[in-house]
Structures are given as C-alpha cells and as structure tokens.
Design a binder for this molecule. Structure first.
Ligand code: ZN
Ligand code: ZN
Length: 413
C-alpha cells in the first residue's frame, strides 16, 4: 500500500514536459501514460478478482460488482472489470498482454465479449484448443491496430461462420436466444429502450410502426411538423395503447392504456405512476383526460381505507355520440380507433362528461393540446374548433375540425 500511495503522489505531481517545441517529449510522455493507464486498469481487475475470491462483498450479502460501484467506480467500468475477472483465467495469452499494458481495457473487453459471442454461437462447447485459437486470432488483430469495435465485429463474423458450418446452426438473424430488450431511466426521468431482435420480430415492429407513422397534414394546411423520429415515437405509443385493448378494436374510442395514475385529493403532492414515479401536472391532466376514475381514501400509512365506485369518465353511449359527430381525430383525421375522448374543460376543473365537452383526439394531437399550446373550443355550431398556438398563427384564428375541413374543401370545389 505505501508504494501505491507514493506512486499516486508522484502521478498527481506530474506535469507535461516544459520547453518542448517539437512536442516529441510530450508525445513520449503521453505514450507512457497510456501504458500506465492500461496497467492500472489491469491491476484493478486483479485486485477485484482477489476481493471476489475472498468473498468480502458476499459476507455482507452484497456482490463484488455492487461493492466496487459503491466504492465509486462507474457502473460501466465495474461491469467491464467483472467481465475480465470472470474471463481472464480462461484466456492466458490475453491476460499476459493486459498485464504488460500493451492492450487498452477496451481492447481486452472487446476480445472477451468476442469470445463469449463465439461460445454462444458455437453449437458444441469450445475445446481449450479452439478457444485458444480464437483468442490468438483476436489478439493479433487488436495488437495490429484494429479498434475495439473492429475486433468485436471480427469475432461476430467468426461466430456466424461457425454457425453456418453446422447443420443445426441458426443464423444470427433468426436466433431468438440472442434477443434482448433493455430499459433504463435517464437522469431527466425519460425512459431509454433498446432492443436487439430477430429479423422477424423486427419486421413486425417496423410494419406496425410504418402503418401508424405516416405524415398527417396540420390543421392549417401545413405539412406534418413532426420529424420522422417523432412520428415513429407517436406510432410506438399508439401500438402500446392498441395492444392493451386487443387487436380487434376498430371503432369505439374507449379508454386506452391501463395506467394507474394516483392523484392526491389535496393537490399538494404530484400525481404518480406505479413504475416511473411522479408526473408533471400537464401530464397528469392528459393521462386522466379519458379513462375511469376511482376514489380511494388512504390512511396515514398509504393503505386504502375505502374504495369508491369506478366510473368511466366518458361512458360508451357518449363515446359513440362523439364519434358520430367528429368521425376521426379533429386535428389530424386519424381514424377513431387511434383516438381518445378529450375533455374540452378538464373534469378536475369541473368540466362535465357530455357531448359538448368532449372531442376525439389521437394520442399525438392529444399531447399537442395538453402540452404544446393548441386549444379546443366548442363553436356555436356545437362542433369543436382548433385554436393554434401563437408560434403557428399569431392571431390564433380557430380552424374547423378535420371532418368539417374536408367538407369545406368539397363545398369550395
Ligand atoms: Zn390527431
Ligand atoms: Zn385531453
């Protein structure tokens, strides 16, 4: 330990070479620092391995990975170190090159993940000789200047070739055992979803997205203001909503996704969702605009004491009436199966559930109305009218609902 501490002090005091007009000395120093970095990273792996062998974390009911993260290692770095801890004993040549600092931790990790990929795709277990052969091949590539991504890609190619060489092998594109879906909450409370899927699942996804993400005209006649990415994201939400109702819905704009939104009666605390926590007020209003409402009285510990009746905010007969009047999303013309019934005046503000207070909006237009400055007013003709935000029309002139807009164009013709 004392040696490591004095080494640390020495490193902290290090400064770039002074008086180095050609940069040669700085370049050389940088190269030594690169080796130091690689070696330190490998030392982290060997020390982590020892901690793991000693079962230090396990004695407190934790895991070595959790322990090093709590110590201050970034989760990605801890994960990488643990992969090395598990794999290096089986890959002696790689371990030697990691120990002398010639390979960066990223290269070491790419080789380890590459070997794992090959093992996964190999129909029989890899023999020691085979593993060593692939290890040397990937090592050679890494040492001759390939990037970690190239090394891993090369391993994938080997893996796919292995699969094709055997009769029972499944090509990567069809291998469901490789499928993964990962969900992370980002720092700003958004949800990041990544999926790696077989071609067929991907095809279903793309077909569903494609069908639902075509551009729709804006009420003022402009082209769809969403980007292709935004249209796909809207389509994704629509797929979830439709899945919740089953595939056969084609008419009634009934309540959508089964979200359990809890709204404190006092209004002091934010409304919350069970999976993702508190939501903004605007989101709470949009989510609760259409659906059913149950009054629940809780005790101090949050245990329900009393349940009220569950009431559909817009009962079925009213929905049908709204569909007859609006026939589609009043903003973009999306079919009724894509829509929800929006309260022109929100029920929380005393808006009643009746025909003159409801209109059809698809998921994305509903979001535009609750979050992006579009307003709905009920006209003297008892049809909904759309009021664009100032950014689109500074005078905010009302536009007719979609089904009335097309009628007008016909009239004009
Ligand atoms: Zn719409
Ligand atoms: Zn609404």
């Amino acid at each position: 330990m004392p040696e490591l501490t004095s080494l640390l002090d020495q490193l902290i005091e290090t400064t770039p070479p002074a008086e180095d007009p050609t940069g040669t000395a700085t370049f050389d120093a940088l190269n030594v620092l690169r080796l130091i970095r690689n070696i330190v990273d490998h030392q982290i792996v060997t020390h982590t391995a020892q901690l793991d062998d000693l079962g230090v974390a396990q004695k407190t009911g934790s895991t070595t990975k959790k322990m090093v993260i709590e110590m201050g290692f970034a989760p990605a770095a801890a994960l990488r170190a643990m992969r090395s801890v598990d794999a290096l004993p089986e890959l002696p040549a790689l371990a030697r090159h990691a120990a002398d600092g010639r390979l960066s931790p990223e290269h070491v990790d790419a080789i380890i993940r590459g070997i794992t990929q090959i093992e996964k795709r190999c129909p029989a277990t890899l023999s020691d000789d085979e593993r060593s052969e692939y290890e040397i091949e990937l090592l050679g590539q890494a040492l001759s200047g390939a990037t970690p991504a190239q090394v891993f890609e090369h391993a994938r190619t080997i893996a796919n070739a292995l699969v094709e060489a055997t009769d029972s092998g499944i090509p990567a594109a069809d291998d469901a055992s490789l499928n993964t879906v990962n969900v992370h909450t980002t720092d700003d409370g958004r949800i990041d979803i990544r999926a790696d899927l077989t071609q067929v699942v991907g095809e279903k996804f793309l077909a569903m997205i494609d069908e639902r993400s075509c551009p729709r005209p804006e009420p003022d006649g402009a082209d769809d203001r969403r980007t292709a990415e935004q249209r796909r994201a809207d389509a994704f939400e629509l797929i979830l909503d439709q899945a919740a109702l089953g595939a056969s819905i084609d008419s009634i704009g009934s309540p959508r996704t089964q979200l359990l939104l809890t709204i404190p009666a006092t209004g002091a605390d934010p409304a919350t969702l069970p999976w993702t926590g508190s939501v903004s007020q605007a989101t709470a209003k949009r989510l609760s605009c259409d659906g059913s409402l149950t009054e629940v009285v809780l005790d101090d510990e949050g245990v329900p004491l009393q349940m009220g009746r569950t009431n559909l905010l817009f009962p079925a007969h009213l929905r049908k009436a709204v569909i007859v009047r609006d026939s589609c999303c009043v903003k973009c013309g999306a079919p009724p199966s894509h829509t929800q019934v929006h309260h022109v005046r929100h029920w929380a503000d005393g808006g009643p559930a009746d025909l003159d207070n409801g209109c059809l909006l698809c998921q994305r237009c509903h979001t535009q109305v609750h979050h992006h400055g579009w307003d709905i007013v009920m006209g003297s003709d008892r049809h909904p009218w759309l009021v664009p935000p100032v950014s689109i029309d500074p005078q905010r002139r009302p536009l007719p609902a979609y089904n009335r807009r097309t009628m007008r164009l016909d009239d004009a013709a």
